[in-house]
Design a protein around this ligand. Structure first.
Ligand code: HEC
Length: 168
């Protein structure tokens, strides 16, 4: 029978195994494994289940802005678009186009209080289209403040989407 290993012709002979287990050999291997383990890339965040389309990586946001971003992606983006540029999936159904929050020239003309009021009271409450719903009944003032803070970051992002997302 040829498939059994005899002691002296085996792939790893007893003395070879002993040499391998020597600290001078083993230690560098263990250190290398620890270093590789520490440097191995680790996913920061699970994919955002609320987003309807891939979103440009967020710049560093404050905690308040990050709260706003999450709310925005779940309840605002279907009209205003995940990038806030007004191209949400529901936008074609609206007679009045949702505001483009990335338009810095326009966004400079509205104050944080204006944004707060229209988000809380809706378009109808501010002489604008009723197609912008009022959120005061569903969101706390802090959540609305978080949305204001996030919306204000959108116009500072510049032209956000990459080449796969035309801005129309
Ligand atoms: C059902 C669609 C829809 C949803 C959902 C929606 N919006 Fe709007 N929004 C609009 C439309 C339409 C306008 C434009 C109103 C106008 O110009 O008369 C608008 C306008 C705005 C404005 C513009 C204010 C201005 O000065 O013109 C802000 C700010 C805004 N929305 C924030 C939000 C936020 C924040 C959310 C999520 C909490 C949200 N919107 C959800 C449709 C929507």
């Amino acid at each position: 029978m040829h498939y059994t290993c005899s002691n002296d012709k085996g792939f790893l002979r007893r003395d070879a195994i002993d040499r391998l287990m020597h600290p001078a050999v083993l230690l560098p291997i263990v250190i290398a494994m620890i270093v590789i383990g520490a440097l191995w890339p680790y996913p920061d965040e699970l994919p955002n289940a609320g987003a309807s389309a891939p979103v440009a990586p967020a710049p560093s946001l404050t905690r308040l802005e990050e709260t706003g971003r999450r709310l925005y992606l779940s309840i605002c983006s279907y009209c205003h678009g995940p990038a806030g540029d007004g191209f949400g999936v529901n936008a074609p159904n609206l007679a009045v186009p949702p505001r483009d929050h990335t338009d810095a020239a326009y966004m400079r003309t509205v104050t944080g209080d204006d944004l707060f009021a229209i988000i809380k009271l809706g378009g109808a409450g501010r002489n604008k289209s009723a197609l912008m719903p009022p959120w005061g009944g569903r969101l706390s003032d802090r959540e609305i403040a978080a949305l204001v803070a996030y919306v204000q970051t959108l116009s500072m992002l510049g032209p956000a989407p990459g080449p796969n997302e035309p801005r129309h």
